[in-house]
Write a protein that binds this ligand. Structure first.
Ligand SMILES: Cc1cc2nc3c(=O)[nH]c(=O)nc-3n(C[C@H](O)[C@H](O)[C@H](O)COP(=O)(O)OP(=O)(O)OC[C@H]3O[C@@H](n4cnc5c(N)ncnc54)[C@H](O)[C@@H]3O)c2cc1C
Length: 318
């Protein structure tokens, strides 16, 4: 089988690895300049910010095997973060499952999983067309034909634009929704020690602060602070003036960290239009006739579910 995979995030890479392991010929296409999708890292001088996925947890035994292999290869490490949760004025320990991060940065794991795969970057797909076999049409008006099957791992709002209109599960794709998230990246000259590495917050415009430099494998003595806006607040202010968004988030973060950050030597804002799942079909993947829609959103979001969805899409075709 000659298979095209749309998207080189965790789900696309997971699908590709499963297919290649079973003898299929696979080409992955992604619009970005690098692999990893939302599992990504921004650089600014000496500062590095994991501005998408912060960490991940593992419940599935097969995913655990993959992660154990990645730990062995030195691209993942457990993160024993000092994690706090602030809710209605009360601080408590932010407990839960063991946290893992990719090392030395979040995009290291997708890069590792991408090794040896055939991946075309900088290729924005406009349309997937069915004829005798499948053709991909790109934004730059080029096309590639000859695929026996296609797996899309694009977020639903992008998938609905490229999948054929007669795709069997188009209604599920159209009704899947995702939250917006603004990510504020603040670089300061020294690591900031507040006594916590992560702070989860309820009922404020921001819902997360992480000391990125406190993750394993990072440059520890330079302060890289990542701040995420809360989902409902972000949805409401998706089109708001970026300076205003940045100002509100900076004020919240400064108050919670206990130091003014508005004069920090590096401040940047990124908007994720498709961040976390809001309404999900809650099924591993949506299987049509030699075309499958997958992605974290199928199962409700998060890294592990992206991996599971990609693998499910590959298995559906196999
Ligand atoms: C701010 C933020 C914080 C997060 N925090 C966590 C966390 O702490 N823990 C956790 O488990 N998860 C977290 N997540 C979610 C996690 O990042 C995702 O669940 C996971 O990375 C999704 O992988 P995916 O492959 O399904 O999708 P994506 O990573 O979105 O991959 C889809 C790919 O499709 C490409 N693409 C889109 N349209 C086109 C097109 N037309 N043509 C070609 N390519 C296209 C994109 O470039 C992208 O590379 C977070 C996400 C964000 C944004």
């Amino acid at each position: 089988m000659n298979i095209a995979i749309l998207g080189a995030g965790i789900s696309g890479l997971s699908a590709a690895r499963e297919l290649v392991a079973n003898g299929a010929k696979v080409t992955i296409f992604d619009k970005s300049r690098g692999v990893g999708g939302r599992m990504s890292t921004r650089y600014a001088g000496d500062w590095e910010f994991d501005h998408g996925a912060q960490f991940f947890t593992v419940q599935d035994p097969d995913f655990q095997v993959e992660i154990d292999n990645a730990i062995e290869a030195d691209v993942v490490a457990p993160w024993a973060a000092r994690a706090l949760y602030l809710k209605t004025g009360e601080l408590s320990a932010d407990t839960g499952r063991d946290r893992y991060v990719a090392t030395p940065r979040m995009n290291s794991l997708p890069k590792y999983w991408a090794t040896g795969l055939d991946i075309e970057l900088g290729r924005r797909i406009n349309r997937v067309v069915q004829g005798e076999n499948w053709t991909l049409e790109f934004e730059d008006e080029t096309s590639v034909s000859g695929f026996d099957a296609v797996i899309s791992t694009l977020p639903p709002a992008q998938a609905r634009l490229v999948l054929p209109v007669n795709f069997k599960h188009m209604t599920s794709v159209v009704s899947a929704e995702m939250h917006v998230c603004f990510c504020l990246m603040i670089g300061v000259s020294e690591a900031v020690d507040t006594g916590w590495d992560t702070l989860r917050v309820k009922d404020l415009p921001i819902d997360w602060i992480a000391m990125n430099n406190a993750k394993p494998g990072r440059i520890a003595n330079i302060g890289s602070i990542v701040v995420h806006s809360a989902p409902e607040w972000s949805d409401l202010h998706v089109a708001a003036d970026r300076d205003w968004v940045q100002d509100v988030m900076l004020k919240s973060a400064s108050a919670l960290i206990g130091m003014p950050l508005d004069q920090a030597p590096h401040i940047a804002l990124h908007r994720w239009l498709y961040s976390s799942s809001k309404a999900s079909p809650d099924i591993a993947c949506l299987e049509g006739d030699k075309i499958v829609a997958a992605g974290d959103w199928c199962l409700g979001g998060r890294v592990q579910r992206a991996w599971l969805s990609g693998r499910a899409a590959a298995r559906a075709l196999l």
